[in-house]
Design a protein around this ligand. Structure first.
Ligand code: NAD
Ligand code: LMR
Length: 345
């Protein structure tokens, strides 16, 4: 504990600063996420933060501007900012690493088309995390293809527990929740327990068959349109990232940053009783027939900063097929990335 003197006779006890690394910090998601992390919206209003900002060398001037802006925000919780192009500096003693830095896709590309451009980044950064981050570091991979990049980072960091590696599918989860809320004419926070299964890609399976509105009504009973739930609803979520790119000519950033904050806040503080969220986590082969060794999005409940897969949900034939299709794609991606996956783990 550190004591910050506030007057001669009164001292406020605050937690040790949390060292939060954000990569790609000079990019558009970086710019959208920093304020929420530094002002206490994610890790709590009494949690001091040290920001460790990583980007590539040519972006150091731009990153310097971001650092100036952070200073100008006059944030009481922000204790220090380190801006660097060296991952061994940015990951040093990190408690949290949010791995955004990588190339985004452009119109007409699939997320998996980015594997060639981005996989090397996550292998290098996995090695750096392995060497210099705290062994308790919690890692969230955002850069696409997020699931396979997460697998690459994890495999290159054998000294960090595999459960500390997750990838972002919360954006898809939020999108599903928002579509259902709009369809039912309810507030988005009254929609519970949607699920994103599998890959953060166009094969992902957004599944509302276990979800409810507040009060307990099943989503399918409230929507009363199975054709929509099995058709346009699914494709809207699967293609939402591409729709945003087609409209903005840039990939989603505001909504991605919000999803990053939701993911990290729930990992830190836990899920509400009876509720779950979607996260990409390493599959063990013991849930829902998902093959072992993939980063696959599943429903999780979280307490004490530990996630547990929600087990025992009944899976229909329709769901099983969709869950297999997205697993098959993840196997293909993993095979395409083998060169970045050390074989011994
Ligand atoms: P951006 O181009 O605006 O920013 C990316 C930043 O990463 C740039 O500043 C770039 O210099 C930096 N960078 C590149 N290589 C790096 C490296 N080796 N180390 C550190 N930084 C590096 O892109 P963006 O819109 O912020 O998107 C970033 C990534 O996030 C993309 O891969 C995008 O597809 C992905 N994304 C994922 C989700 C999701 O839900 N999982 C959502 C939105 C975007
Ligand atoms: C998204 O889902 O918006 C991001 O993954 C960006 C993309 O390439 O679709």
């Amino acid at each position: 504990m550190i004591c910050f003197p506030v007057s001669r006779d009164k001292r406020v006890h605050m937690a040790e600063p949390l060292r939060v690394c954000i990569t790609g910090a000079a990019g558009q998601i970086g710019y959208s996420v920093l304020l929420s992390v530094a002002n206490g919206d994610v890790f709590g209003k009494d949690q001091p933060i040290v920001l460790l900002l990583l980007d590539i060398e040519p972006m150091m001037t731009a990153l310097g501007g971001v650092v100036m802006e952070l200073q100008d925000c006059a944030l009481p919780l922000l204790r220090d900012v380190v801006a660097t192009h060296d991952p061994y500096v940015s990951f040093k003693d990190a408690d949290v690493a949010i791995l955004v830095g990588s190339m985004p896709r452009r119109e007409g590309m699939l997320r998996k088309d980015l594997l060639k451009a981005n996989a090397g980044i996550f292998s290098t950064q996995g090695k750096a995390l392995n060497e210099v981050a705290k062994k308790t570091v919690k890692v969230l991979v955002v850069g696409n293809p997020a699931n396979t990049n997460c697998l690459i980072a994890l495999k290159n960091a054998p000294s960090i527990p595999v459960a500390n590696f997750t990838c972002l599918t919360r954006l898809d989860h939020n999108r599903a929740q928002a579509q259902v809320a709009a369809r039912c004419g309810v507030r988005v926070d009254k929609v519970h327990n949607v699920i994103i299964w599998g890959n953060h890609s166009s094969t992902q399976y957004p599944d509302v068959s276990h979800g409810q509105l507040e009060g307990g009504q099943k989503i399918s009973d409230a929507v009363k349109d199975d054709a929509w739930l099995h058709g346009d609803f699914i494709t809207t979520i699967q293609k939402r990232g591409a729709a945003v790119i087609a409209a903005r000519k840039l990939s989603s950033a505001l909504s991605a940053a919000k999803a990053i904050c939701d993911h990290m806040r729930d990992w830190w503080f836990g899920t509400q009783p009876g509720q779950w969220v979607s996260m990409g986590v390493l599959s063990t082969g013991s849930h829902y027939g998902i093959p072992e060794g993939l980063i696959y999005s599943v429903p999780v409940q979280i307490s004490n900063k530990t996630w547990t897969v929600v087990d025992g949900l009944e899976i229909s034939e329709f769901s099983r097929e969709k869950m297999k299709a997205t697993a098959d794609e993840l196997v293909e991606e993993r095979d395409a990335a083998l060169v970045f996956l050390p074989s011994k783990q």
